[in-house]
Ligand binder design. Sequence first.
Ligand SMILES: NC(=O)c1ccc[n+]([C@@H]2O[C@H](COP(=O)([O-])OP(=O)(O)OC[C@H]3O[C@@H](n4cnc5c(N)ncnc54)[C@H](OP(=O)(O)O)[C@@H]3O)[C@@H](O)[C@H]2O)c1
Ligand SMILES: *[C@@H]1O[C@H](CO)[C@@H](O)[C@H](O)[C@H]1NC(C)=O
Ligand SMILES: *[C@@H]1O[C@H](CO)[C@@H](O)[C@H](O)[C@H]1NC(C)=O
Ligand SMILES: *[C@@H]1O[C@H](CO)[C@@H](O)[C@H](O)[C@H]1NC(C)=O
Ligand SMILES: *[C@@H]1O[C@H](CO)[C@@H](O)[C@H](O)[C@H]1NC(C)=O
Ligand SMILES: *[C@@H]1O[C@H](CO)[C@@H](O)[C@H](O)[C@H]1NC(C)=O
Ligand SMILES: *[C@@H]1O[C@H](CO)[C@@H](O)[C@H](O)[C@H]1NC(C)=O
Ligand SMILES: *[C@@H]1O[C@H](CO)[C@@H](O)[C@H](O)[C@H]1NC(C)=O
Length: 382
Amino acid sequence: MKQSLLFFLFACVLTLALRTSTATPSLFTNVHSFPLFNSAETGLHMPALGLGTGFYGEQNVPYSTYPECGAEPPGCGPNTQKAVYTWLTKAGGLRLDCANSYYNQRFVAQGIHQSLIDRSEVFILSKVGPTFPLGYNETINQTLDILQELQTTWIDLLLVHWPTMKHPGQSDVPKSSDPACNTTSPLTYNEKDCRLSTWSAMILLFELGIVRSIGVSNYNITHLQEMIDANLPLPSVNQVSFNPYNYRTGRADLQEFCQNNHIQLVAYSPLGVPDVHPYPVTYQNKTLTGMSPTLLQDPVISSIAKFYNRTEAQIILRWMHQLGVASNPRSMNETHMKENLDIFANPFTINDNDMMRIANLAQDTCDVDPDWYECVGNGNLP
Ligand SMILES: NC(=O)c1ccc[n+]([C@@H]2O[C@H](COP(=O)([O-])OP(=O)(O)OC[C@H]3O[C@@H](n4cnc5c(N)ncnc54)[C@H](OP(=O)(O)O)[C@@H]3O)[C@@H](O)[C@H]2O)c1
Ligand SMILES: *[C@@H]1O[C@H](CO)[C@@H](O)[C@H](O)[C@H]1NC(C)=O
Ligand SMILES: *[C@@H]1O[C@H](CO)[C@@H](O)[C@H](O)[C@H]1NC(C)=O
Ligand SMILES: *[C@@H]1O[C@H](CO)[C@@H](O)[C@H](O)[C@H]1NC(C)=O
Ligand SMILES: *[C@@H]1O[C@H](CO)[C@@H](O)[C@H](O)[C@H]1NC(C)=O
Ligand SMILES: *[C@@H]1O[C@H](CO)[C@@H](O)[C@H](O)[C@H]1NC(C)=O
Ligand SMILES: *[C@@H]1O[C@H](CO)[C@@H](O)[C@H](O)[C@H]1NC(C)=O
Ligand SMILES: *[C@@H]1O[C@H](CO)[C@@H](O)[C@H](O)[C@H]1NC(C)=O
């Protein structure tokens, strides 16, 4: 612990020194970006579109055709490095969506290094948990590890990845020494106290200048309200799964709540994970018919894409952007990366009627994650 504390203090001093010499208020404003509020440095902007660098799978089993980084599979790292390199140098992307739980941050660092782009020009988002424990000391410990893995002295935006210790897709519950997060200590373990204790450590990291802004992920209105009730500084960002198929099943309310509290919403799985989401879905042994194979093949999205002469992915990402939601699609494909960023380089406006048509798409969303991608029937479930 002593050694890590020393490194911690060293990193803080270095961060402050580096920042006073390189930070400019206009950082990240040359691309479409959202200003961050609440627990963020004044004037900090987050690029609206980032690159997803990870995938979270049931019991950490990679479930894509790509060797995803949900565990520590060999092969996942080099793909990450290549995607990061391509994103930064070929597509002109700026933000990277990372996490401790993706087990590939060393390769993200190598991709940045290979790009020859200055660290200060890349917006790095990372996350603590959920295959690593929540808790006060645990959050600080993980952040130090993240700094080392990403070969950096600061993180632009750090999120608490998951609101609970017992992540539903995970067989092992990580061990925490924080009494509030210690699941084997029934007298002291309390999920709400654990969230607030974890958040206090996040605030410390922010105050020390080691992270430029802090936020949460997968938090619902109850979790956010706890922070308001505890009078704690609020997160700048909440990252949740967000796409046209789940907009009407909870996300619209969450977005309104976040907007009212200056919490920027960030969409993960913005394209509905077309490589793994099986549509039509099977739910309780019934195959639900009459649905699109993937969100990218939805007939309404396709007809709107034709009308605006854009791709389906561009329609979805532009729709989100017009709603004020940031996103970070994952891609290994340079053409797709450029296409995704092109909604800013060659902007277009989806009209109100089409915005509504997309928002009102009915689809039953199911996925391998029993909690987050649970079947949330909004139309066709039996
Ligand atoms: N906070 C959390 O709990 C959490 C959970 C899940 C994910 N995430 C983050 O969010 C990121 C993205 O989410 P996701 O990976 O679940 O799903 P996603 O971004 O919705 O889907 C990724 C898939 O979309 C394809 N794609 C991307 N751009 C495309 C385009 N323009 N045209 C056609 N296909 C396109 C990719 O294929 P190609 O490679 O062929 O382009 C890939 O197969 C993750 O990488 C991760 O960083 C966070
Ligand atoms: C954090 O804890 C893990 C597991 O105990 C350990 O391997 C790692 O070295 C610690 N990191 C720091 C910076 O103390
Ligand atoms: C969790 O609490 C139990 C019971 O008090 C204790 O034996 C155990 O050491 C604690 N776990 C950690 C990681 O500190
Ligand atoms: C965190 O670590 C410090 C320093 O080692 C220790 O004094 C404190 O009791 C720890 N807090 C928790 C909640 O474990
Ligand atoms: C948020 O999730 C918690 C479980 O962590 C649950 O008890 C609560 O009802 C949820 N709140 C909302 C508004 O969905
Ligand atoms: C689905 O089918 C399996 C195998 O036939 C059976 O064990 C299970 O109980 C069924 N589930 C439901 C919800 O009907
Ligand atoms: C549609 O977009 C493509 C690719 O950007 C372009 O080459 C083509 O000229 C456009 N067609 C029309 C009718 O605008
Ligand atoms: C990238 O995507 C484009 C457009 O969808 C496709 O034509 C191309 O084959 C893809 N490249 C690879 C390497 O998959």
